[in-house]
Design a protein around this ligand. Structure first.
Ligand code: ZN
Length: 142
């Protein structure tokens, strides 16, 4: 059954067996983990960083860009916005073509290496590099 929301849990270590409908956020590892919101049980790892996902916390959690489980049979595609799951059409090439600019950007990120970044992103990258030069770099796995 599809989840309608995730409960953010700030933790240092991500549990090996995450609970459903929980979004584990480790500042220490700059990673968030949840079980696929379709209920299929796939563990979805979203590294946080300028090249990866950006997590915003305002009392609720928002994760950008969307989460696309195109490698999984469920092909789930959704946004986490203010703790809620906003469902998007399943990941597919057709969906990529039909989708709006935001979704297209997501697919570009998901399927190719990111070559273009908005100006604010480049600025943020510079800031991040300055703050944490030599930091651990995790590749975005899909
Ligand atoms: Zn799924």
């Amino acid at each position: 059954m599809r989840f309608r929301a995730l409960t953010p849990i700030f933790t240092e270590y991500i549990p090996a067996e995450p609970e459903q409908e929980a979004l584990y956020i480790s500042m220490h590892f700059a990673t968030a983990v949840h079980l696929c919101a379709c209920g299929c049980g796939t563990k979805v790892v979203t590294p946080l960083g300028p090249q990866d996902w950006v997590l915003t916390f305002d009392g609720t959690v928002t994760l950008r860009p969307s989460v696309g489980n195109g490698q999984q049979p469920c092909r789930s595609h959704y946004c986490v916005r203010n703790d809620r799951i906003d469902w998007l059409p399943p990941i597919s090439i057709a969906a990529t073509r039909a989708a709006g600019a935001r979704d297209r950007a997501v697919h570009v990120r998901a399927h190719t290496r990111l070559t273009w970044k908005p100006r604010w992103r480049r600025t943020w990258d510079r800031v991040r590099r300055t703050i944490s030069s030599g930091g651990r770099v995790q590749r975005r796995g899909v």
